[in-house]
Ligand binder design. Structure first.
Ligand SMILES: [Zn+2]
Length: 321
């Protein structure tokens, strides 16, 4: 047993927590004649890959099989931050793992002695399980994650309603008409606002955007509509097309809450960044995005027809940042 390897498992767990995964990390270590080396790494990826099989140990074992070129992991040990479940302790048996070193105990699902002891079952191969390695650090990882999740839930008092029906899209178009005419006069001419609302935010325009993959969400609280947002997947990221809050609801943290919702959406879908464009002269909104952690990528001028252009900055938020 070498704590250095558990430290690497902890690092992998912390990394996946930033993507919204329950923090569990694992490494497979092989004992070579000249010393021990990590041959496989894995972290919990159930949310981002949307699979019940996304456990850290399975990923680490698969990674080790790949790097060693075979399924028999001779002279290998598994280090994992949480006591393995039935599936993963079973995988340790199948991979011929010698020792399973785990950190925190899992009283509800653990098969290294908590619910059952895999090493006591009469299988052809019996890994040796050793629990409680750097237990406090490993347990604290999970406690911290769930503490923050509870805090986040408490602070999230808005509802994000996906606009799927025609009626909901009509609601969004009414919100857009109201917000755009109130918000943009200091930046755009009245003619351009009318043109853009018609071109981008009328019901038929939004309907065709939805057909192309856009999703609209109404931001609501206690049945009252506060604003709306629209997103569309692009490459391995998310394009944040719109995020507008009605005047009387600004400065109350609702944009941040909507942004937390979008970050969660990214984590669940494995998107690596959120990209947006914002009018260069829209200083208030730029300040909001910069405060949320967006970074300036470049400027961009887009011809939108009828003699109008959009003079924008492109901002990006990196999920791993
Ligand atoms: Zn498992």
């Amino acid at each position: 047993m070498n704590e250095e390897f558990m430290n690497e498992a902890i690092r992998l767990a912390e990394e996946c927590a930033r993507l919204g995964e329950v923090p569990i990390g694992a490494v497979v270590v092989k004992r070579f004649p000249d010393g021990e080396r990590i041959v496989g790494r894995g972290a919990n990826s159930r949310e981002s890959r949307k699979t019940a099989l996304g456990h850290a140990e399975l990923s680490a074992i698969a990674d080790a099989c790949k790097s060693l070129g075979g399924w028999r992991l001779h002279n290998c040990d598994l280090y994992v931050t949480l006591e393995p479940c039935p599936m993963c302790s079973g995988a340790a048996v199948n991979a011929r793992i010698d020792n399973v070193y785990f950190g925190a105990y899992d009283k509800k699902n653990g098969c290294g002695g908590s619910v059952m002891d895999m090493s006591e079952q009469p299988f052809t191969h019996r890994p040796n399980f050793v629990g409680g390695i750097m237990e406090e650090e490993c347990a604290e990882l999970l406690r911290k994650f769930f503490r923050e999740l509870r805090k986040e839930k408490k602070h999230m008092d808005i509802n994000m309603i996906k606009a799927d029906t025609d009626e909901q899209l009509l609601t969004v178009s009414r919100l857009a008409d109201e917000i755009w005419h109130e918000y943009f006069p200091c930046i755009l001419t009245a003619g351009q606002i009318d043109y853009m609302v018609e071109k981008f935010q009328s019901f038929p325009a939004m309907k065709s955007q939805v057909e192309k993959g856009y999703s609209y969400y109404i931001i609501s609280k206690n049945g009252e509509y506060l604003g709306y947002t629209a997103v569309c997947p692009e490459e391995d990221g998310l394009f944040l097309s719109k995020l507008y809050i009605k005047k009387e609801n600004r400065g109350k943290g609702y944009a941040r809450q909507a942004f937390e919702f979008l970050k969660k959406l990214c984590a669940e879908n494995g998107y690596k960044f959120i990209r947006l464009t914002v009018n260069k002269y829209n200083a208030d909104t730029i300040a909001v995005y910069e405060k949320l952690g967006f970074e300036l990528l470049r400027s961009e001028v887009t011809d939108i027809g009828n003699g109008y252009v959009m003079d924008d900055f492109v901002y990006i938020y990196n999920m791993k940042g």
